[in-house]
Design a protein around this ligand. Structure first.
Ligand SMILES: *[C@@H]1O[C@H](CO)[C@@H](O)[C@H](O)[C@H]1NC(C)=O
Ligand SMILES: *[C@@H]1O[C@H](CO)[C@@H](O)[C@H](O)[C@H]1NC(C)=O
Length: 356
C-alpha cells in the first residue's frame, strides 16, 4: 500500500506535465495563426489606404464569380507569327479552357501556309462564325489576318497577337529549323544536320538568313492582299499598322509577355482568369527554348540592318511596341516593383427617364 501511495502522485505529475506541454504547443500554434492573419490584414489595409483604385490582379481574379454559363459568342483569333514565343501563350489557353469553359482550336494549314485560298477563306469565315458548339472559342494558327466583314458573315472575331524584334525572331527561326527545341525534341527538323551558324549564313549570303526572310510580321498583320507579301512595301506597312490599331484588341511583345497576359486577363477574364498566375508559376515549363542558339554578332546585325526590308519591318515592330506601352500605361500602375491592374474607373449617372 505504502509503495502504491508514493507511485500515484508521480504518475499524476507526469500526466499533468504532458497535458501542460500539449496546451503550450496548442497556444503557440494559435498565436502563430493570429500573427499570420494580422500580417495579412495589415498588408490589405496598407494596400487599400495607399491606392484605392488599384487591385492586384490575382485578388481581382479571386473575387470575381466563376464564369457564367450564359451564352457567350465571343471568338478570339490569335494568328500567331512563328517564333514569337507564341507556344508559351497558347499553352496557357489550353491549360485554362477547361476551368474557364471555352474552346481552343488549332488552325492547321497545309505546310503552315499563312495564305488561304479564296474558297478556304469563305469556308473558314462561315465555319467560325456559325459553329455554335465552339463558342466561346479561341482559335490559333499561323494564318495571315482575315477581314471577316467582307465575307457577308455575321459577327466579327476579336484578334490578338504578339510581335518580336524582327532580327531576334529570324535568328530563333533559323536555329529552330536546324536544332528544334526542347518542346518536341524528337521531331526531325527541315534543316537538321546543317551546322552553319547564323553569322556564317549572313556572311556567305545564304537564303535562310536573307533580308526577305525578315518580311513576316507585316504580312501577318496586313493580310490576304498581294501587296502584303511584297517585301519592303510601304503600303503593306501602313495596312499592317492600321489593322493593328483597328482590328486587334491587343498586340503584345515577346519581350514583355507577362504584361501582355496580365492586361489580357484584366480585359477578358471570361477567357483568361488565372492566366497571369499560371504564367508566373509555370514560367519554366511554358517557355520553349530553341536549343543550340548562338546570338548573332554586331557585324551580322549591322549587315541586316542595312536592308530596307529590316528598316520597314523594324518600324512596324517599334510601332507595335509603342502602342503596347501606351495601352499598358493606361491599364496598370506600378508599386514596389509590382504591377497592379486598375479597377473600373467609370460609372453611370443621370440615368433618365427615371423608373417609377
Ligand atoms: C498539321 O497536320 C499535319 C497532317 O495531319 C501534321 O503532320 C502536322 O503535325 C500538323 N501540324 C501541327 C503543328 O500539329
Ligand atoms: C465547321 O467545321 C468542322 C470541321 O470541318 C465541322 O465539324 C463543323 O460541323 C463545322 N461547323 C459548321 C457550323 O459548319
Amino acid at each position: 500500500m505504502g509503495l502504491l501511495r508514493t507511485m500515484m502522485p508521480a504518475k499524476f505529475q507526469l500526466l499533468a506535465l504532458l497535458a501542460f506541454a500539449l496546451a503550450v504547443l496548442f497556444i503557440e500554434n494559435q498565436i502563430q495563426k493570429l500573427e499570420q492573419s494580422r500580417a495579412k490584414l495589415e498588408r490589405a489595409i496598407a494596400r487599400h489606404g495607399v491606392a484605392e483604385v488599384e487591385q492586384r490582379h490575382s485578388e481581382d481574379a479571386g473575387r470575381e464569380p466563376s464564369p457564367p454559363a450564359e451564352k457567350d459568342d465571343t471568338v478570339i483569333i490569335y494568328n500567331r507569327v512563328p517564333k514569337t514565343a507564341s507556344t508559351s501563350f497558347t499553352n496557357i489557353a489550353y491549360d485554362l479552357c477547361g476551368k474557364n469553359r471555352f474552346h481552343v482550336l488549332h488552325i492547321n494549314t497545309t505546310k503552315n501556309n499563312p495564305v488561304m485560298s479564296l474558297q478556304d477563306q469563305v469556308r473558314f469565315v462561315r465555319n467560325v462564325t456559325s459553329w455554335r458548339e465552339m463558342k466561346p472559342g479561341f482559335y490559333h494558327g499561323h494564318v495571315a489576318y482575315l477581314d471577316f466583314s467582307k465575307y457577308g458573315a455575321k459577327g466579327k472575331p476579336m484578334y490578338i497577337n504578339v510581335v518580336r524584334d524582327p532580327i531576334e525572331r529570324l535568328v530563333s527561326y533559323y536555329y529552330f529549323l536546324r536544332f528544334g527545341d526542347d518542346y518536341r525534341p524528337g521531331l526531325r527538323r527541315r534543316k537538321q544536320g546543317d551546322k552553319k551558324t547564323f553569322d556564317e549564313c549572313v556572311s556567305s549570303g545564304g537564303s535562310d538568313c536573307a533580308p526577305e526572310k525578315l518580311w513576316l510580321q507585316i504580312p501577318f498583320f496586313c493580310g490576304h492582299h498581294s501587296e502584303c507579301w511584297t517585301a519592303g512595301s510601304r503600303w503593306a506597312l501602313e495596312q499592317a499598322k492600321s489593322n493593328l490599331l483597328n482590328e486587334y484588341l491587343l498586340v503584345g511583345v515577346t519581350e514583355e509577355l507577362e504584361d501582355f497576359i496580365m492586361i489580357l486577363e484584366a480585359a477578358l477574364p471570361r477567357f483568361f482568369k488565372g492566366a497571369t498566375e499560371l504564367y508566373r508559376s509555370g514560367k519554366k515549363s511554358h517557355l520553349r527554348k530553341t536549343t543550340d542558339k548562338k546570338p548573332p554578332t554586331k557585324e551580322t546585325i549591322a549587315r541586316l540592318q542595312q536592308s530596307d526590308i529590316w528598316k520597314i519591318e523594324n518600324e512596324f515592330y517599334e510601332f507595335a511596341l509603342e502602342q503596347f506601352q501606351f495601352v499598358r500605361a493606361h491599364a496598370v500602375r506600378e508599386k514596389d516593383g509590382e504591377l497592379y491592374v486598375l479597377a473600373q474607373s467609370f460609372f453611370y449617372e443621370k440615368i433618365y427617364p427615371k423608373v417609377s
